[in-house]
Design a protein. Sequence first.
Length: 215
Amino acid sequence: MTDLPRLPPEAFAKQDRTPDALFYAQPRLVTHIDDAAINAVTDLYRTLLRPGGRILDLMSSWVSHLPAEVAYGAVIGHGLNAQELIANARLTQHFVQDLNADPILPLNDTSIDAALICVGVQYLQNPVAVLRQVARVLVPGAPVIITFSNRCFPTKAVAIWQALGGDDHARLIALYLQHAGFSAIEARVLLPEGGLTDPLRAVIGRTSTLIADAQ
C-alpha cells in the first residue's frame, strides 16, 4: 500500500529488495552531499528552525547539518544504524527503526516543533504513511523540511524517484505531503543544477491547526 492510488505499487519498488537494515548495517561516516550543499541546508535550518525547539531529524546519520551556534531544546535522531546516531553530537536522543517496515513514530502527538528529512526521502516506500506520522507529532503550523539532491544509493531509491528529475522530484514530494494532510507546501531551489556544486532543493510542508487537530 502506498496511499497514492494513481501510482502503481511498482513505483515504490527498489532494485535491491533485501531488507534495508542489512544495507545500513555497517556505519557510513561520510557526508552524502558536498560542502556547498551542506552549507545551504544549514542556512535553511537557521532560517526556519526556532531556537529552543524540539527537532526530529528523520533518516539521520552521524551529522545533522544544524547551525552550530543555535541551541535546541532537543534533537531526536532516527536512522537505521545505531553507531552513526551515537556518533552524532547534536542528538540528545535517538531511535533505530525501519520506516519502510514500520512507519509508526514512537513519539507523542504534537510534541515536535520541526521535522527534518535530509537527502533521505527517496528511500521511503510508503512516504505518505510516514509523513502522516510526521503531521501527527508536529505542533500545528510547524514545518517538515525535506531537502534533496541528485545523489543517492541507486539500488535503494524507489523506482519513481529514479525515473524523475529536479522539478518533478519536488512535485512528487508535494504530492506526498498533500496526501499526508499538509496544507501549506512550498518548494525552493537552494542550489541550481548545472553549477559547480551538488544541486539542492527543499520542499517545506506545514499543517494547519484544523488539520493537525483532526489527526
